[in-house]
Design a protein around this ligand. Structure first.
Ligand code: SF4
Length: 466
């Protein structure tokens, strides 16, 4: 089997003997290159402690500000993440990929969510192309305080002049990063040249065109993709990238179907993370839009690539019903599991409340806040929302953890400053913590505690009935 050749036995799926994301150097080898002053500026008590953390992938070289240039150069390559960083596009639309150090999210976190690229090929006429450019410009979604959007076009044409014209128009007018797709290295270079400062991705070098495409990428200082029908061939091309010191490379294993795709993506990621196999230590690109003709299946396949482990996912629609779920899925998977997204603790006035407006309290888990605040806004009822710091935990979780409990809430309410903003002393707590209402009323002297609704969706009805 071709894939076995680049998947050494010790790198197989059942191999859990090695920790992922580790440096090739031992802690002692790293320690010898550190300043050995134990100044603690890196956040660790000694240089040795820092070296051990660095060796296990739990610290980053940049945390030591005193390391010499020579030592940094020596450690730099060993400390480079097993999946190289690649940037496509520029400014607000820049898509950063790679720098992944773990195979599973719960080990640490995933670093950079995949980018969604919208395919414009020769089947797309000029009217549809213009519409896509205009839509790309305008289409964005806000969820839990983050703006989500597709950031790339993948523009493909067999006509070099048409390719160059569309690449320029799409880049200039939408600001999106561009994946330039052609079999012809000269056409890739011609199309990329006018927008080279915006870092388009040249797609793609094959065994036959590697020299020409890589030379164009080097001259323009832009990333390029390599593609091959087997992982052996892909690894060979990857070796040529490593030998040529090309760092911004994207891999396309050209998987024929979803089963192959999951296997290929998993092998590539495992080889990079577990074995530090540099030729496969680059982000990947996937084309679910070319794997099936069924629109729904295309979305499902794209969702699989979000989870396993594509860097760029090319789809052929800007239909929000298909784009948004992918972005939300990526947001969920790429949120740091050790740091729940959270809001600042404080008083949030919604719909211009007056001193007589009702007062609700909830926790600072972002998803909770944005859901509750959104429903209050939709109700159009002027309302004060008190948001308490529970380290980003939701209502029930923080109650179970002893953070959203009567005595803590009472202290927070008294210190929050809300007593200067409202004339009344009535507070509505989430229905899920109804059991603390009596105790809270005892703790909050002079306040009346009311149990509100359990589900945010019921908030408008509740507020309008007050
Ligand atoms: S900042 Fe550098 S020199 Fe200071 S303790 Fe950490 S590793 Fe040592």
């Amino acid at each position: 089997m071709a894939r076995d050749a680049v998947t050494p036995p010790e790198c197989r799926l059942d191999d859990e003997s090695e920790r992922s994301g580790t440096l090739a150097l031992s802690g002692l080898q790293i320690f010898k290159l550190l300043p050995k002053t134990n100044c603690k500026d890196c956040g660790f008590p000694t240089c040795m402690a820092f070296a051990m953390q660095l060796a296990s992938g739990k610290a980053e070289l940049s945390q030591c500000p005193h390391i010499s240039a020579e030592a940094a150069a020596e450690l730099g390559e060993a400390a480079a993440p097993p999946v190289r960083k690649v940037t496509i596009g520029a400014g607000d639309m820049a898509l950063v990929l790679g720098e992944e150090t773990v195979l599973y999210r719960h080990e640490k976190r995933f670093e950079h969510p995949p980018g969604i690229a919208i395919l414009i090929d020769d089947s797309v006429d000029d009217t549809a192309f213009r519409l896509a450019v205009d839509t790309m410009k305008a289409q964005e979604f806000e969820r839990v305080g983050q703006v989500l959007r597709a950031k790339l076009f993948a523009i493909e044409s067999a006509d070099a002049a048409k390719l160059a014209a569309r690449v320029k128009t799409a880049s200039d007018e939408s600001g999106a990063g561009i994946v330039i797709m052609s079999e012809d290295p000269a056409a890739l270079k011609t199309a990329a040249e006018p927008i080279k400062d915006r870092k388009p991705l040249l797609y793609a070098a094959t065994t036959a065109t590697f020299d020409a495409v890589s030379a164009a990428a080097k001259e323009l200082a832009v990333p390029f993709a390599i593609k091959a029908a087997t992982l052996d061939e892909l690894a060979e091309l990857g070796e040529r990238c490593v030998a040529g010191d090309f760092k911004e490379v994207v891999l396309d294993p050209m998987s024929a179907n979803l089963q192959d795709a999951v296997r290929d993506q998993t092998y590539i990621r495992r080889a990079a993370i577990k074995k530090k196999l540099r030729p496969l230590g680059f982000p990947t690109i996937a084309f679910p839009c070319k794997m099936t003709g069924d629109a729904m299946l295309k979305s499902v396949f794209a969702g699989v690539f979000v989870a396993k482990y594509a860097g760029v996912i090319v789809i052929d629609t800007l239909d929000p019903a298909q784009v948004m779920p992918l972005l939300v899925l990526a947001q969920n998977i790429y949120t740091d599991p050790q740091r729940p997204m959270q809001m600042d603790q404080g008083i949030y006035p919604i719909n211009d409340p007056t001193p007589d407006s009702p007062l609700l309290i909830t926790t600072n888990f972002s998803l909770t806040y944005f859901t509750v605040a959104g429903e209050i806004e939709a109700s159009k009822v002027p309302t004060w929302l008190l948001v308490m710091d529970t380290e980003g935990q939701s209502v029930l979780t923080s109650w179970a953890a002893g953070k959203f409990v009567a005595d803590a809430i009472a202290v927070f309410v008294k210190k929050s400053g809300i007593e200067e903003k409202v004339n009344h002393r009535k507070i509505v707590i989430p229905g899920y913590v109804a059991q603390i209402s009596g105790e809270l009323e005892e703790e909050l002297d002079g306040w009346e505690v009311t149990v509100g609704v359990r589900e945010a969706a019921d908030v408008p009805r509740y507020l309008r009935g007050l």
